[in-house]
Write a protein that binds this ligand. Structure first.
Ligand code: IMP
Length: 189
């Protein structure tokens, strides 16, 4: 374990353990970036990041994609209990650019049931992009309710609520550089 994986004091009482280290995440992001650069060379893709969880990922990923890319952001809010999604989604911020006829790659932080992303993909598909693909850094396959083909997939996770590297619990812990699980008494899981 490197110093990047030491749990900072503010989170020490709530973190049960580190699941994926900061270095493992950075290595994986570099691998995904290299694949994206190879697959989209000459296509001038638009990479769509879903706020807020994907913010660290897009920031790190961009810097390891050595081809021209456009980035854009959407923000949504999903209603439901604190650690579960319902698929009822509200668009808080739309894309700034038109995606018609463009190659679009949605890069997610985590896909759980897939309901949120399913909604986003339906919305984007209606705008007639030349192609629409999805990548995710973290994936919870056992919880999937809708099938979502993944062009890029970082880590498959067990059915545990995780935080760090953009993922939050009640808007906290996004700033941890590693992925970790919280103590059950914190999330009530
Ligand atoms: P889905 O619609 O069930 O796929 O949920 C997707 C969204 O739920 C993600 O973009 C996250 O915001 C949130 N989410 C799902 N699982 C976790 C988790 O383990 N930790 C933090 N947020 C999560």
């Amino acid at each position: 374990m490197s110093t990047a994986d030491e749990v900072p004091a503010f989170a020490r009482d709530v973190v049960a353990g580190v699941l994926i280290s900061a270095a493992e995440i950075q290595n994986k992001v570099a691998e995904i970036g290299a694949e994206i650069a190879k697959d989209y060379d000459g296509l001038d893709p638009i990479i769509v990041s879903v706020l807020k969880g994907s913010a660290p990922l897009i920031a790190d990923l961009l810097r390891v994609i050595p081809i021209p890319v456009t980035i854009d952001f959407i923000a949504i809010s999903s209603y439901g209990p604190e650690t579960r999604t319902t698929g009822v989604v509200r668009l808080l911020k739309d894309l700034d650019v038109s995606i018609e006829g463009r190659h679009v790659l949605v890069m997610e932080d985590i896909i759980d049931t897939g309901l949120t992303l399913n909604y986003i993909l339906r919305t984007l598909r209606a705008r007639q992009p030349a192609s629409l693909a999805v990548g995710t850094l973290f994936n919870k396959p056992v919880r999937r309710l809708v099938d979502i083909p993944l062009k890029y997939r970082g880590f498959d996770l067990p059915d545990r609520f995780v935080v760090g590297y953009g993922l939050d619990y009640q808007e906290k812990y996004r700033n941890l550089p590693f992925l970790c699980v919280l103590k059950p008494e914190i999330t009530g899981a």
